[in-house]
Design a protein. Structure first.
Length: 342
């Protein structure tokens, strides 16, 4: 057999393998993308969190994840696409933006994130819930809502209720974040603080970025800017927290061989550094942000399709009480610091 013939056979085999992969995964990925598009349309035209729309629409198509041609693609979208989205979140953060906040907000945010995660983990055990569930909910509350829930979920042990707990956390922090966007500006106004202090409180307590921006700029432009920067610092905490959790749980379950960093975290860190140096052109940054957003919504839609309402009902009142308690703990902690510094 000539070398040319061998190369042709090899190419034919690779092409056949690629077609097989496309055939296996395309239907489920396409279904996830269509739901993501529908959720985005509803969010843009009627208001409301796009993540929540994606989850609820996805849950209506739960049957697609149980059997049929869509199953492999839905599984791919809920895991691999999710990791791509989290990695690309680094394009939204720069070191300079973090430094603009000064030392007080930096120390406050770092302390609040650590203490909230510790509070959630300990409270979960007291309430009879698992340690991973406490870490998942408290990490989502402390850092950046749905995005943090998905990132933390990707490095936690995959138990029987892992998918259900992840979706519950995303729904919980999204709902609470929307409530906070409306309520927190009214609450903080009673303390008669300046715009910078109000912005620090809103950015340090509301879960999702979009709701932080909405709440901050509803007060004033200065408040909105400070709130956004404070929120970006919390988002930046996603990397060290997920790295630490990845190390702890991988070291516990698979030993030294499993302690390497997940690839999406490396991408996240590299993008933060590159974005901070200004090497990435604005047009490319815009593309990366849009790709990250679409991947997140697509992954959420896939998670929704893997979630049954019956399973969500089985989570119970203790889980709801836990995530509410974590939210209140974070709000009281940051409010105390802001009022004390004022």
């Amino acid at each position: 057999m000539t070398e040319l013939a061998a190369n042709r056979i090899s190419l034919t085999r690779r092409s056949a393998a690629a077609v097989a992969v496309l055939r296996d995964y395309f239907p489920g990925v396409l279904a996830s993308v269509i739901i993501a598009i529908a959720a985005t349309f509803l969010s843009e035209h009627y208001g409301g969190p796009v993540m929540l729309f994606a989850l609820l629409l996805g849950m209506a198509f739960y049957f697609l994840s149980q059997e049929g041609r869509c199953v492999p693609g839905i599984e791919l979208a809920s895991k691999r696409v999710l990791r791509v989205a989290v990695g690309l979140l680094g394009a939204q953060i720069t070191i300079a933006e973090i430094m603009k906040l000064g030392p007080t907000p930096v120390i406050t945010v770092i302390g609040a994130v650590i203490l909230t995660i510790l509070f959630g983990t300990l409270t979960a055990r007291v309430m009879g819930l698992s340690r991973p569930f406490g870490i998942l909910t408290s990490g989502a509350v402390a850092i950046c809502g749905a995005s943090a829930a998905l990132a933390i979920s990707s490095v936690l042990p995959k138990g029987d209720n892992h998918e259900r707990d992840t979706v519950f956390t995303v729904i919980g922090v999204t709902a609470l974040s929307t409530v906070a966007m409306i309520v927190y500006p009214l609450v903080i106004a009673a303390f008669h603080l300046d715009h910078a202090a109000v912005g620090m409180f809103l950015g340090g307590t509301i879960h999702d970025v979009a709701q932080v921006v909405g709440a901050g700029f509803s007060v004033s432009e200065e408040t909105g800017n400070v709130a956004t920067f404070t929120k970006l610092l919390r988002v930046a905490m996603l990397l060290p927290v997920v790295v630490a959790l990845s190390y702890v749980f991988r070291a516990h379950h698979v030993g030294k061989a499993g302690r390497q960093l997940p690839g999406f975290l490396v991408v996240f860190a590299v993008l933060v550094v590159l974005n901070s140096t200004g090497i990435i052109p604005p047009a490319v940054l815009l593309v990366l942000k849009n790709v990250s957003r679409w991947c997140l919504v697509t992954a959420i839609a896939a998670l929704g399709m893997k979630t049954s309402l019956k399973a969500m009902a089985d989570v119970g009142g203790r889980a709801i009480a836990l995530i509410v308690a974590e939210t209140l703990f974070l709000a009281i902690l940051v409010l105390a610091v802001v009022v004390w510094k004022a």
